[in-house]
Structures are given as C-alpha cells and as structure tokens.
Design a protein around this ligand. Structure first.
Ligand code: NDP
Length: 241
C-alpha cells in the first residue's frame, strides 16, 4: 500500500538510502535536511524525492516543516527519525554546548517530530514511527557520552511510546546500526577505521546504508504490524544485546 513517508536527514548517508528504499516500495516520500542545500538539491534532482529544509531541534521549525510536507504530499503515515549528529569529545573536555547540541538534535528532535505527527496518526488509526538510534546507544562509547546518552534516550522513548500507540494501530520501533559507510564514519581517520574499528566487526566490513534502508522499509510495511517497541540491531555481529 502506498503511504506518505517523511525521512528526517533524508538527503544524505543512511537517510538518503532510506528515502530511496521507501520510494522504491511505492511510498510518497519527503526528505528533510538541515543546511547542506547543494547535497539536498542534487538528491532531489537525482531521485525525484522532494526535499524540505528545517532544523529538527527546533519545535516551531518542525511544525512549519510538517505543515509544508503535508500540504505537498498529504498526512504523514510513516515517520523516520534519522537526522543525527556527533560532537565527540572526552567527557572532561566536553563543553555544555557539545552536550546540548547533540541532545537537542538526536533526542529532542525525535520528540519534536514524533509529537507533531502523532495526533494525526492516532486519528487515522495507523502510523509507523521508526527511529535510527545506534550501537553506541546500546553499549556506550568513550568520547561519545553525549551521543550515547541521546541514542539510549531514543530507545526509551521508543519503548514507552510503543505502548501508547499499540491500541491505535501505530507501531514505534528503533534501528541500531553499527558502523555504516557514510560521511559520518568516513570522517574517522583511515588508520583508526582499518586497525581498530573493522577488526571489531565479525563480518569484517562496514555496513551499507542500503542495508538499513531495507530494514526500515520492512518496519514501515503493513507486514510488520505485530512488531512494536522493538530495537533491530544491524551491526555485523559487533554487539549483542
Ligand atoms: P550523515 O551525517 O551522513 O547525514 C546526516 C543527515 O541528517 C543529513 O541529511 C543532515 O542534513 C541531517 N541533519 C543533521 N542535523 C539535522 C537537523 N538538526 N535537522 C535536520 N536534519 C539534520 O549521517 P549518517 O547517515 O551517517 O547518520 C544517519 C543517522 O544514523 C544518524 O542519526 C546517526 O546518528 C545514525 N547512525 C549512523 C551510523 C553510521 O555508522 N553512519 C551508525 C549508527 C547510527 P544536511 O545534509 O543538511 O547536513
């Protein structure tokens, strides 16, 4: 069945793969982004997926953004909370700004976006909310106290909200990718990647964004109606919960 899907941070990396996978599954997709107009416009012209610019950490901007998407495509049935950032530092060097920026985007952004589509999903007795958390929200990662806290918060939000959505036909799930080959990971020095990170991944490689796109597309489908409150780990065997 064709539905309206909104993917935050949907123009690059994992989000772009999710947007494309949902489109290929027959959905009408809108991709949000924060500031990289060049990448967003290139993505729009290559894929035909319309792009919408706003900052998920700002509730009022999210409200305007959701209104613009709904005016263009119709009510949002599928929300993919994918937008996320890192501001890594050891805790003793972490600034309050680095803490807040990450929490405001990765956790408060999920609240903002989900809150704005939730009432409509309840009214229509259908919804899919899928949040991209992280392996580092499951296991913790040194140098990423802010990021790990934000991503663990996403998992708590998912489990609690799933219980509220269940009677209304809304499923709420999270995906925890391990290391996926995107710009976020390519920013890690090659030596660290090859000598420290890849040897910790039993399958012996980074994941591909398309592998996350396929998981999200399944969770968004009608076939996944009995899966809610779940966390799907996709990390090449690096960490088992
Ligand atoms: P990228 O840095 O490649 O892309 C991030 C996307 O999010 C971009 O489209 C960016 O927009 C958008 N974005 C960032 N901040 C905001 C904001 N405040 N408002 C709206 N959009 C925003 O990230 P990845 O594809 O690597 O990661 C996607 C998600 O997956 C993130 O939540 C990340 O934490 C998670 N993840 C990634 C892993 C990895 O190995 N890559 C592993 C585990 C989890 P713009 O282009 O305008 O900057």
């Amino acid at each position: 069945m064709s539905r309206v899907a909104l993917v935050t941070g949907g123009t690059r990396g994992i989000g772009a793969a999710i947007s494309i996978a949902l489109k290929e599954a027959g959905h009408k997709v809108a991709a949000n982004y924060a500031g990289n107009d060049e990448k967003a416009k290139a993505f729009e012209s290559e894929t035909g997926i319309p792009v919408f610019k706003w900052d998920v950490s700002n509730y009022a901007s999210c409200a305007d953004g959701v209104a613009a998407v709904e005016a263009a495509l119709g009510p949002v049935d599928i929300l993919v909370n994918n937008a996320g950032i890192t501001r890594d530092a050891m805790f003793h060097k972490m600034t309050p700004d680095q803490w807040l920026e990450v929490i405001n985007t990765n956790l408060n952004g999920v609240f903002n976006m989900t809150h704005l589509v939730w009432t409509g999903m309840r009214d229509r007795n259908f919804g899919r909310v899928i949040t991209i958390s992280s392996i580092n929200g499951q296991k913790g990662q040194m140098g990423q106290v802010n990021y790990s806290a934000s991503k663990a918060g996403d998992l708590g939000l998912t489990k609690a909200l799933a219980q509220e959505g269940a009677a209304k036909g809304i499923t709420v799930n999270a995906v925890c990718p391990g290391y996926i080959a995107t710009e976020m990971v390519k920013a890690i020095p090659e030596k660290v990647l090859n000598e420290r990170i890849i040897p910790q991944i039993p399958v012996g490689r980074l994941g591909e964004p398309e592998e996350i796109g396929r998981i999200v597309t399944f969770l968004a489908s009608d076939d996944a109606g009995f899966i809610t409150g779940s966390t799907i780990s996709a990390n090449g065997g690096q960490f088992f919960v």
